[in-house]
Design a protein around this ligand. Structure first.
Ligand SMILES: Cc1cc2nc3c(=O)[nH]c(=O)nc-3n(C[C@H](O)[C@H](O)[C@H](O)COP(=O)(O)OP(=O)(O)OC[C@H]3O[C@@H](n4cnc5c(N)ncnc54)[C@H](O)[C@@H]3O)c2cc1C
Length: 554
């Protein structure tokens, strides 16, 4: 079906009349509009549902008044639920004009047209011209390619939106209790329990999809195109993206595997102020989206929603296994899996996660915080940035910190910004003792760590930024990790000048090389790394230099 143009739909149970109206409409409007014709009200509604799911618009509906089954009036009434902005006209015989006039009040009819409408230039086109003009004046806009219907407070709805946003898939968000959301559910033949509903650009409907299914259906690659590469990069944060840009631009066959969405922690940062070359700061999503496009332009393959669960040295190949059982081999591997947030251990928090309690997703949820009381837990830069960012949306933001001040854990510029922002309060010496709510977060219990006194406060949102651990459990027994799980590399692998056990080569490990030759680590996942965007990007670039050195010596 031709997509994109707005639709003029005509329905008449007399096939001859239906064809003739469509022919006349096509003659004059065919260049700018798609003409859709139907021979019954039901068939027309079916066509409208399909148009709705594809995200296209309907400008004008022309319906015959007397039709068996669904009458013209009944059809227009139901069509209004799907396309409230479409302009509506009835085709009537002379004898029916009184009924048509009455309908003007009942279904807010714009016009009625008397049959026959010959010559169209005099009787049909002036009316349709006016209807189109009215429709245009109404400012109807096409839907974004992908549409999501869900509940505001549903954890799964949040997950779906967050995944799409972080992968730069533009989408339109509709709640299931607003008319547009209901119309889309109805078009898909579903009710409001079938959420989150995702409608793809092709008009396919996915009910409560997994991220793997979602990625595949909105056109994000999830499996490698070939079975062997020069380098496999695991993790799509700044370190992985940095490595991908340099590897691909230097001619290496490169695949980057990301379990969620590219961008990593940096992609969740509302504003990065200290990255070189951005004196006014840059949103993490913007920075990492550019990096992803840059890597793709150089020819790096980028897989999303593909988690890596195993690594094996098979002869000179390094084999990476995926959660779905698939695998891919390469000469080298760059581990850039970063860290993930610690969870907040307090009663009620786990149950309300995604329903008012969020880990690091301040940007996606910010608009929903308008005029709400918002709490942010954590004393480091990430918490400070989130508080400043959220203060532009929320009525009041309270930063909850265990320590007795921010100065030791947060950059000076952020401490100053927080102090200068009127609607941010800081509660030091405080911990979250419990989260309370039904369908969504309603209150928090805050405990004063000095006195033990617990206070209950109203809270609609809680954003948690309380440190992180490396995502490296799957490397257990394969490469050496330190006590906290960070991958040990280069000189740190040497004990008393001795190389790590099992190291097979007559040279020391390169600076970012792990205890298995050809396996490198970059960014936050590496032991003793500096936890910054710039250093992660730098290590990604450096890892690729070492990959070249490794390949040359092979
Ligand atoms: C909210 C926030 C604000 C910050 N602000 C700043 C700032 O202003 N300035 C600054 O310099 N730094 C900032 N940081 C720190 C900075 O973002 C990190 O140091 C940087 O992102 C580390 O990059 P990375 O690529 O090593 O790891 P990450 O960014 O953690 O990326 C790792 C990626 O690997 C993926 N991954 C993990 N395991 C697997 C697996 N098994 N399979 C596939 N993929 C996997 C993850 O999903 C993730 O996308 C901030 C951090 C946060 C959380």
């Amino acid at each position: 079906m031709e997509a994109g143009k707005p639709v003029l739909l005509t329905v008449d149970d007399d096939p001859g009349v239906s064809r003739a109206v469509a022919r006349d409409l096509r003659k004059r409007y065919g260049r700018d509009f798609r003409i859709v014709r139907a021979e019954s009200g039901r068939e027309a509604l079916e066509a409208l549902r399909e148009i709705k799911l594809r995200g296209d618009l309907v400008a004008v509906l022309l319906a015959d008044y007397r039709m068996p089954g669904l009458s013209g009036l009944e059809f227009l009434e139901q069509a209004m639920d799907l396309f409230p902005n479409a302009r509506r006209a009835l085709l009537t015989a002379y004898a029916d004009t009184d009924a048509a006039i009455e309908a003007i009040n009942v279904i807010d009819l714009d016009h009625y047209l008397l049959k026959p409408w010959e010559p169209p230039a005099e009787k049909l086109y002036p009316v349709v011209d006016e209807l189109i003009e009215l429709w245009r004046a109404g400012g109807d806009r096409p839907a974004a390619a992908t549409q999501v219907v869900g509940h505001r407070w549903s954890a799964r709805s949040h997950e779906v939106r967050d995944f799409l946003a972080r992968n730069s898939v533009s989408y339109r968000w509709l709640t299931a209790d607003e008319p547009e959301g209901r119309a889309l559910l109805e078009a898909a033949g579903l009710d409001e329990t079938a959420v989150p509903l995702v409608v793809t650009p092709a008009g396919d409907t996915l009910v409560d999809p997994s991220v793997e299914e979602l990625a595949a259906r909105v056109g994000l690659p999830t499996t490698p195109a070939t079975s062997f590469y020069d380098t496999v990069i695991v993790g799509g944060g700044p370190a992985g993206l940095g490595a991908a840009v340099y590897a691909a631009s230097e001619g290496l066959r490169t695949v980057l595997v990301e379990r969620e969405a590219t961008g990593g922690q940096a992609g969740q940062s509302a504003r990065i102020e200290n990255y070189l070359g951005f004196p006014d700061g840059v949103s993490g999503a913007q920075l990492t989206d550019r990096a992803r496009r840059q890597a793709a332009r150089f020819g790096a393959e980028i897989l999303t929603a593909a988690a890596v669960t195993g690594l094996e040295a098979r002869g000179s190949s390094r084999v990476v296994r995926f959660a779905d059982g698939g695998e891919v081999a390469a000469h080298t591997v760059v581990l850039a899996t970063g860290v993930s947030y610690h969870t907040l251990d307090a009663p009620g928090v786990a149950e309300l996660t995604g329903r008012g309690v969020f880990y690091g997703s301040a940007t996606t949820e910010a608009p929903a915080c308008a005029d709400e009381d918002v709490y942010v837990v954590g004393g480091a830069n990430s918490a400070g940035q989130a508080a400043v960012f959220l203060s532009r949306h929320a009525r009041r933001v309270t930063l909850v910190v265990r320590a007795d001040g921010l100065e030791r854990s947060m950059s000076h510029y952020l401490v100053r910004q927080i102090r200068d922002t009127a609607n941010i309060a800081v509660r030091t010496g405080t911990r979250v003792a419990a989260a309370v709510g039904g369908e969504h977060l309603e209150r928090l219990r805050l405990c004063d760590t000095r006195t033990g006194r617990v206070e209950e406060v109203p809270a609609a949102f809680l954003f948690v930024f309380i440190g992180a651990a490396p995502c490296t459990e799957w490397l257990d027994g394969v490469v050496e990790r330190d006590a906290k799980g960070f991958v040990v590399t280069g000189p740190d692998l040497l004990t008393g000048g001795r190389r790590p056990p099992g190291w097979p080569l007559e040279r020391d490990p390169y600076y970012l090389e792990g205890s298995v030759p050809g396996v490198f680590a970059a960014g936050d996942a590496r032991a003793n790394s500096v936890k910054r965007v710039a250093s992660a990007v730098g290590e990604g670039a450096m890892a690729i230099q070492l990959v070249h050195r490794y390949l040359e010596a092979q």
